[in-house]
Write a protein that binds this ligand. Structure first.
Ligand code: ATP
Ligand code: MG
Length: 446
C-alpha cells in the first residue's frame, strides 16, 4: 500500500475528472483495450491526438506514486537523477549511425538557423555526449549511474491502446558508465535487482526474459513482461525450469538448459535492460583516465515504460466491467463516503472526522466523496468506476451507540461491517499482513 503523501485535493467535488459519457450501447472500437476504455471512462486520461494523451489529475497521481517507487529503487542502486533536454542535435544521431536506422520513427524538426533536431525517442546519444564534454572521468567517479524520468517521442507505425503504444510517453531511462566490462556487468546485476524490486512492489506478476539487443545494440539484454492478450510480444517459457526468452531473440524450439518444451505467451514489454559495452562511448568519445591513457567507458542503458506500465497493470488486473489498480499505484487508496444530506443517517456525520484522522495518522491517502447530494449507492458506483481499492461508508450502522462502518474491498464481492478499531489496525498493519489476517485479528480483539 502506498504511504506516499502527495498533493491531496481530498474532495471528490473538487477533482477535474471529465468522465466519458458515451452511451452504453455505443459500438466499441476494435482497437480499444479494457485498460484504455476504463481509463478514459473514469477521467484518468484523455486523448489529445493520435498516440498522445493527457494525464488528468487522478492519472498524474498514479504516475507520481510509480515515480516514488522507482526513485527509491534507483537511489538504492546508486543512481543520481538528472533531466536531459527533449531535443537532441541530429549530428549526434549521425555519429552513432542511428539516424537512418531509426528512420521514420523519429520526430525531427529544424530551428530558425536551419539546425536539425530529433525529439528524443531515447537518450543514449545525449547522455554520452554529456560525459564526453565533462570527461575524461576520474576512475574515482566510477561507477557513474544517471537516470531521468521524462517524455519520449516515437512516431510509431501503429500507435494503439492509449499509453500501451503511444507516440509520446514517459520513460524512466538510466545510463551507466563503468571502467570495463566486468564492472559494467556488476552494475547490470544491481540494476536488474532494482527492477525486480520495482515490479514486486507494483505487485502485478511479471516475467524476466532474455531479449534481443535490436537497434539499441550491446552484448546482453533482458526484458520485463506482463502477460496479456493485447500484448504484441511473445515470450517463450520453459515448461520445466526458469528459462524465458523473447521469441524475437531466439531460434530455439526447446529449452537450451533442460531440453524441455517451450510454451508461448502473449505479453507486453514494460522494461528493458541492455549491456551496451562501448557502442556509444567510442564514437562519442566518452572516456576515463585508465592509467594507460584515456579509455572508452563501458556502458549500460535501462528503460522502464512508466506510462505503459500504468496502462498494462490496469489491463492485467481489470475485469471487463471494472477498473482495478495495483493497490500501490491507485490514485487514492481509500474513498470515504459520508451520509447523504437530509437522510436519517446524517446524524453519523461526525464519525467522518475520526475516520479521516485515523487514515491520516496511518499515512494512507484517501479522498472524501463530499457530494452528499448523491445517494451512498451512486457514490459507491463512482468509487468502483475509479477503482479505489477500499471504500468506507458511514451509513445506517454508524448511527447507533456501537457504530459500525461498511468496509468495501474492491477485490472482494462482499462488504464487511467493522468497528473503528478494526479500521485502525487494518490500515496500520497493511504492509506486513494479509487483509484477511488483519481483519480476523482485529475482530477477535474488539
Ligand atoms: P516495443 O518493442 O514494445 O516497441 P521497444 O523495444 O521499442 O518497445 P525500448 O526502446 O526498449 O522499447 O524502450 C524502453 C521501454 O519504453 C519499453 O520497455 C516500454 O516499456 C516503453 N516503450 C517503448 N515504446 C513505447 C511506446 N510507443 N509507448 C509507450 N511505451 C513505450
Ligand atoms: Mg525493447
Amino acid at each position: 500500500m502506498s504511504r506516499k503523501v502527495i498533493n491531496n485535493m481530498g474532495r471528490c467535488s473538487q477533482i477535474f475528472q471529465p468522465v466519458n459519457i458515451a452511451p452504453k450501447d455505443a459500438p466499441v472500437k476494435a482497437d480499444v483495450s479494457k485498460s484504455y476504455k476504463h481509463m478514459v471512462d473514469a477521467g484518468i486520461i484523455r486523448k489529445a491526438s493520435t498516440g498522445m494523451y493527457t494525464l488528468l489529475p487522478l492519472g498524474l497521481r498514479v504516475l507520481e506514486k510509480l515515480t516514488d517507487i522507482v526513485d527509491q529503487e534507483m537511489l538504492k542502486a546508486g543512481a543520481q537523477k538528472i533531466l536531459l533536454p527533449a531535443l537532441t542535435s541530429e549530428k549526434l544521431w549521425k555519429k552513432t549511425n542511428r539516424l537512418t536506422q531509426a528512420g521514420r520513427e523519429l520526430f525531427t524538426l529544424r530551428d530558425r538557423h536551419n539546425n536539425s533536431y530529433v525529439l528524443s525517442p531515447t537518450h543514449e546519444e545525449t547522455v554520452t555526449d554529456l560525459i564526453s564534454i565533462v570527461g575524461p572521468l576520474s576512475p574515482k567517479s566510477l561507477p557513474l549511474r544517471l537516470y531521468q524520468i521524462s517524455s519520449k517521442w516515437r512516431d510509431e507505425m501503429k500507435p494503439r491502446l492509449g499509453f500501451i503504444r503511444g507516440r509520446e510517453f514517459i520513460m524512466k531511462d538510466l545510463y551507466t558508465f563503468d571502467a570495463g566490462p566486468e564492472e559494467a556487468k556488476i552494475t547490470y546485476d544491481i540494476v536488474n535487482k532494482a527492477y525486480e524490486n520495482i515490479f514486486k512492489q507494483i505487485g502485478v506478476p511479471f516475467t524476466k526474459a532474455l531479449g534481443s539487443t535490436g537497434i539499441i545494440g550491446g552484448s546482453m539484454s533482458h526484458e520485463y513482461h506482463y502477460s496479456t492478450d493485447v500484448g504484441e510480444d511473445t515470450v517463450l517459457s520453459c515448461s520445466q525450469c526458469d528459462y524465458h526468452v523473447n521469441e524475437n531473440a531466439t531460434e530455439e524450439s526447446i529449452c537450451p538448459s533442460c531440453k524441455s518444451s517451450l510454451v508461448k505467451d502473449n505479453t507486453i514489454e514494460v522494461g528493458h535492460t541492455f549491456l551496451l559495452e562501448t557502442k556509444y562511448s567510442e564514437p562519442l568519445h566518452a572516456t576515463y583516465h585508465s592509467g594507460h591513457g584515456h579509455k572508452p567507458l563501458s556502458m549500460g542503458c535501462y528503460g522502464l515504460g512508466m506510462t505503459r506500465l500504468i496502462a498494462a497493470s490496469v489491463e492485467v488486473l481489470s475485469t471487463d466491467q471494472e477498473l482495478r489498480w495495483p493497490v500501490a499505484l491507485a490514485p487514492y487508496t481509500v474513498c470515504v463516503i459520508p451520509p447523504k444530506a437530509g437522510s436519517k443517517e446524517e446524524i453519523a456525520s461526525p464519525h467522518v472526522e475520526r475516520i479521516c484522522e485515523i487514515l491520516s495518522q496511518s499515512n494512507v491517502d484517501f479522498i472524501i466523496d463530499d457530494r452528499t447530494n448523491l445517494t451512498i449507492g451512486n457514490r459507491l458506483i463512482y468509487s468502483r468506476k475509479c477503482g479505489f481499492p477500499f471504500v468506507i461508508v458511514i451509513g445506517k450502522l454508524a448511527t447507533g451507540s456501537s457504530p459500525l462502518f461498511e468496509f468495501h474491498d474492491l477485490t472482494s464481492p462482499k462488504r464487511e461491517d467493522v468497528s473503528i478499531e478494526t479500521l485502525f489496525s487494518f490500515f496500520n498493519n497493511q504492509d506486513t499482513k494479509s487483509t484477511e489476517e488483519i481483519k480476523r485479528e482485529a475482530t477477535i480483539a474488539s
